[in-house]
Design a protein around this ligand. Structure first.
Ligand code: XMP
Ligand code: MG
Length: 184
């Protein structure tokens, strides 16, 4: 599939599966089951986080519920400005709930900073983040992200939800794109 477009496999299907299981086990320990706040509420950020969200939820040994948001970041195609627009908001109130944002990738971190500030104003009982991937620039941000699947080099990656012009999301692994694809 996509023959010739993928330069290298950065993270294999098996590596993703194993790391997701570890993260789910660790994170579950922090949330008491049967709490009066209700089940852990996962908030997935569309569309990139969809595959990670569903695999993570199934790996979690505690009950969880799912909501989705879609946001778009203003800025050039290569960097986000930190000005974010909500394309799809949550359907439910999150006040008093234990909320875990499930992200695909943190690059500059501007999108996530904005999202954290926005969701905090809705008064959740707690608000944390788990991201599958993190790029080097993310170390500069003020958001404390405890749970990271993989720290990756500063390269454009696709697959497992991540796209280039909406393509490659359906690849089961994370790969780097052949520069020919960008060049057109
Ligand atoms: P910031 O910079 O605000 O942006 O942390 C995070 C968002 O940028 C997109 N992004 C990527 N998408 N491959 C992608 O397919 C990448 O290598 C990549 N780096 C950043 C992504 O939408 C993410 O939510
Ligand atoms: Mg994208």
């Amino acid at each position: 599939m996509y023959e010739g477009d993928i330069a290298s496999v950065l993270i294999s299907e098996e590596q993703i599966r194993a790391r997701t299981a570890e993260l789910a086990e660790d994170i579950a320990k922090r949330y008491p089951t049967g709490a009066p706040e209700g089940d852990l509420l996962l908030i997935g950020v569309l569309k990139g986080a969809v595959f990670f969200m569903t695999d993570f939820a199934r790996a979690l040994p505690i009950p969880s519920q799912m909501e989705f948001m879609a946001v778009s970041s203003y800025g050039s195609s290569t960097s986000s400005s930190g000005v974010v627009r909500i394309l799809k908001d949550l359907d439910k109130d999150i006040a008093g709930r234990h909320v875990l944002i499930v992200e695909d990738i943190i690059d500059s971190g501007l999108t996530l900073s904005w999202l954290m500030r926005n969701l905090k104003t809705r008064n959740p009982a707690s608000l944390e983040v788990v991201t599958l991937l993190r790029k080097p620039d993310a170390v500069k941000i003020d958001v404390d992200v405890r749970d990271v699947g993989f720290d990756i080099p500063n390269e454009f990656v696709v697959g497992y939800g991540l796209d280039y012009a909406e393509r490659y999301r359906d690849l089961p692994y994370i790969g780097t794109l052949d520069p020919e694809v960008y060049g057109g």
